[in-house]
Design a protein around this ligand. Structure first.
Ligand code: CAO
Length: 416
């Protein structure tokens, strides 16, 4: 079966996580993604956090599957010539270098457009063009602090906290992928390429949308009723850290289950949906609360919400997180066990759906990765191993018209 992005050639000038996450996804969907890496070194993640000496680290293999690798020193004249040829026959160039690096290499947007008017140049930067921090280099946690995630994550009595989820990196890569597909669609109509830019700060802020909602509510009324600070604590003039509170209209919290004393993940997330109050009371054996005016409405429950959570924890005391969810699901209560990475890695449903995929790598052997979170009725995403450094250099140079002798000379001069 042909893949939807087959025929789209992408020069993948990305490194670390934000850019590679984007191009990996496009490769899964059929694009020919040529990862351009510095000869001898390659993407820094090949050697970061290695678990097997001398073998590409999981950090690299899990973000670069289904790609081809071309080594190329794009600061050398011959390297620039090869890149120029590639640009002329490609559809997209994706990069996430530090600010100005592509320009310093001699490949400004204007120049690339001259070489190939249909080219889409897609960039990730820490901050957007023209921003007063536009010159800054940025990594994941820097972006989480810049985009509002850190200031609103954690507990009220603790410092700003970053999330383990890659809100700055992979999330920005996903935004960029949407931008690239939009620009490809636009090119179908106009024939022209364009520049697509996504900043990590903007992408984090996009996911913190509800916190900007809360800032405006706080400005108007001075409190936020779904936060643990309400009604017994106090609010300042900025959105506080809400711990594990539900961010929407229904209160929720992480609750202890049997074994929490020794198992750091023996917890469930429990949500009190307004209209599910009666089933919740039945599930936890508190039928008397169903019609009690002190508990009947969300507003009545608000000032004793943590006492209610405490009562639910009493009920959870003799149940594992899985047993608890098995009871609560029968009452239609939105909840989940807090799942560890180990549990996720071995989850039969995630294995069956391909969300946890086992991949073969030439040197490493088998390893696990996260497969496509997007499922299609007409596309089966197949995850292949990541390329070795420069694995496809010769075949790509050949396809650009270089002879065997020329290729040997380029290796000799360390251009590739
Ligand atoms: N051949 C020759 N030179 C190459 C090359 C190649 N194939 N690939 C990269 N280079 C050069 C670049 O041209 C650049 O050179 P100059 O700075 O001399 O012009 C140099 O390598 C370093 O690039 P960099 O600034 O991207 O690298 P860094 O390690 O200093 O910074 C990072 C890394 C991630 C902080 C920075 O790239 C950045 O801010 N990127 C944008 C934001 C981003 O994507 N961050 C997320 C990373 S995931 O956590």
């Amino acid at each position: 079966m042909s893949k939807p992005l087959e025929g789209i050639k992408i020069i993948d000038f990305t490194h670390v996580q934000a850019g590679p996450a984007c191009t990996q996804m496009l490769a899964w969907f059929g694009a020919d993604v040529i990862k351009v890496e510095r000869p001898g070194a390659g993407d820094v993640t090949r050697s970061q956090l290695r678990d097997i000496p001398g073998v590409d680290a999981l950090y690299f293999t899990m973000l670069n599957s289904n790609k081809r690798s071309l080594t190329l020193d794009t600061k050398m004249a011959e390297g620039k010539e090869i890149l120029t040829k590639l640009i002329k026959e490609s559809d997209v160039l994706v990069e996430n270098f530090g600010p100005g690096a592509l320009d310093r290499m001699g490949f400004t947007w204007e120049h690339i457009r001259e070489l190939n008017p249909g080219m889409i140049v897609a960039s990730v930067k820490g901050f957007s063009d023209g921003h007063h921090y536009e010159d800054l280099k940025v990594y994941e946690n820097v972006a989480q602090c810049a985009g509002g995630a850190a200031s609103t994550t954690g507990f009220d009595d603790g410092p700003p906290t970053v999330s383990a989820a890659a809100l700055g990196d992979s999330n920005t890569g996903m935004h960029l992928a949407i931008g690239i597909l939009t620009a490809l669609r636009s090119r179908d109509v106009t024939g022209r390429g364009q520049k697509v830019a996504v900043s990590m700060q903007d992408s984090v802020l996009n996911l913190c949308r509800v916190k900007l909602r809360d800032q405006q509510r706080l400005d108007r009324v001075g409190y936020l009723e779904e936060y643990p600070q309400y009604p017994h604590g106090s609010f300042s003039d900025v959105v506080p850290r809400g711990g594990n509170a539900g961010g929407g209209g229904q209160p929720g919290w992480v609750l202890k289950c049997k074994g929490w004393e020794t198992d750091p993940n023996a917890y469930i997330y429990f949500t009190i949906q307004g209209h599910a109050w009666a089933p919740i009371c039945r599930a936890i054996g508190k039928e008397e609360w169903i019609d009690d005016p002190a508990y009947m409405t969300a507003q009545a429950r608000q000032d004793k919400i943590f006492d209610i959570f405490g009562t639910i924890e009493e009920w959870l005391k003799d149940k594992t997180k899985f047993e608890a969810v098995d009871v609560l699901r029968k009452f239609d209560i939105p909840c989940s066990p807090v799942l560890s990475m180990k549990e996720l890695a071995n989850d039969p449903s995630l294995r069956a759906s391909g969300t946890i995929a086992e991949v073969d790598h030439k040197e490493r052997g088998k390893y696990l990765t996260v497969g496509s979170p997007i499922k299609f009725s007409d596309l089966k995403v197949e995850i292949k191993g990541s390329p070795l450094l420069g694995e496809h250099t010769d075949e790509i140079l050949e396809s650009l018209g270089y002879s065997q002798n020329q290729i040997a000379a380029l290796h000799e001069q360390r251009v590739v």
